[in-house]
Write a protein of this length. Structure first.
Length: 405
């Protein structure tokens, strides 16, 4: 397995790389460093902004085409969401529709990111349903598959009561980086509390903040949810997480070419463990010791989740460890979850000494969409690929995902 990702010259011309990205983002420089170190030269950068303005882009047949995040650009964000302030929360459904149209407008080249995979990963309801159908453990959800539209706070309360859920995460169906996420707790006496990074202005506008806050008045929580609902909401049970050093913990596992190659522990004193919200990296060695013989199961669960998106070279899996570190569930699968600077590969992964970008460069040359690595496949108990839900095409997505496009 250790040699599975090593690139070997075969006498053919070196790969020609192209990356669709925001050119001034550090992701591009990190990826370019990886291609240059592998002797593949500097990738050609195609700007997301140019693709959006020009209505598409065509790649040469021999180009390896990698898509990177369109985030962290106020200009691109405005083109995708029509917002006047990048901190605004609203507009995620419009972002989703325009992003998929933009990706669909790309043609040619050898693509490493499947359009349909992206459509599912960027809709938490569809992603949850695909994982569930494949036998991947996920938190229970009354909105899986998008069959239960959530119109307002009253719908959220109704779905919680119907499913017997007192603690849930309410998430924007098309959100990322904890945007619009609320961790909601209710008690038998009717008290309610929401933990979130959303800040609501006196005018009712919602903004993402770097400060996590708690709302304890139901009218305030209802006002936030009612504003978010037109963009589409996903509800899932808030699973009790394992702890590390007295802090709530979860894992981001990067899977490249079917193999779990990199892992980072995220810890926080809040339910939201995102590093930009005050979360901190935890001690991976300590987690592996706590998990013991279950660490292999954690990696296998991540690989099974990634196998649900066989047309995409690299995904970041958010893994939720149960109390005691003996069981694991998948919270989300992220298309652009590989920004983990200076982190090198796990022992036995084939990516030892490589960062997440170098691992992708090494694996991409032999990547076959739909394939799984021969050295480590999902356990026999996992549902085979043929049991997955039929592929979802962008025009077949739930109508409410495009409600504000």
């Amino acid at each position: 397995m250790g040699s599975g990702m090593q690139y070997t010259e075969t006498g053919s011309a070196r790969p020609r790389w192209a990356v669709v990205a925001n050119g001034d983002n550090r992701r591009v420089s990190l990826f370019a460093a990886a291609t240059e170190a592998a002797g593949h030269g500097t990738p050609r950068v195609v700007e997301w902004g140019d693709v959006l303005r020009e209505g598409g882009h065509h790649f040469a047949d021999d180009e390896l085409v990698r898509l990177d995040s369109p985030g962290e650009s106020a200009e691109v964000d405005a083109l995708l969401r029509d917002v006047d302030d990048p901190t605004r929360v609203e507009g995620s459904a419009r972002w989703y529709g325009r992003f998929l149209e933009c990706v669909t407008s790309l043609s040619g080249g050898r693509r490493l990111d499947d359009t349909v995979d992206l459509a599912v990963m960027f809709d938490k309801r569809l992603c949850h349903d695909r994982l569930l159908r494949a036998g991947v453990p996920v938190p229970p959800s009354p909105t899986s598959g998008g069959v239960s539209p959530v119109r307002d706070w009253a719908d959220v309360r109704g779905l919680m009561e119907e499913a017997g859920l007192r603690r849930v995460f309410v998430k924007l169906a098309h959100g990322s980086s904890a945007s619009g996420v609320l961790a909601i707790e209710t008690t038998a006496s009717g008290r309610i509390r929401a933990t979130t990074s959303v800040e609501r202005t006196e005018e009712g506008r919602l903004h993402n903040s770097l400060r996590v806050r708690r709302y304890t008045e139901e009218r305030e929580i209802a006002a936030i949810v009612d504003t978010l609902a037109p963009d589409g909401l996903h509800i899932e049970r808030w699973l009790p997480k394992a702890s590390l050093g007295g802090r709530s913990a979860d894992l981001r596992i990067v899977v490249v070419g079917g193999r779990a190659t990199h892992a980072v522990v995220r810890t926080s004193r809040f339910p939201l463990t995102n590093l930009h919200l005050g979360g901190a990296r935890g001690d991976l060695a300590a987690v592996r010791a706590l998990a013991g013989d279950r660490w292999a199961a954690a990696l296998e669960t991540s690989e099974r989740a990634a196998a649900c998106f066989p047309g995409t070279l690299c995904v970041g899996v958010d893994l939720l460890p149960a109390v005691g570190w003996r069981r694991f569930a998948v919270g989300e699968v992220n298309a652009f979850g590989d920004l983990l600077p200076r982190l090198t590969g796990l022992p036995g992964s084939g990516a030892e000494g490589l960062d997440t970008y170098a691992a992708q460069v090494a694996a991409a040359v032999s990547f076959t969409p739909g394939g799984l690595p021969a050295t480590r496949r999902p356990a026999a108990s996992a549902a085979p690929p043929t049991s997955l839900a039929p592929p979802v095409r962008p025009h077949e997505l739930p109508r409410n995902t495009h409600a504000t496009v």
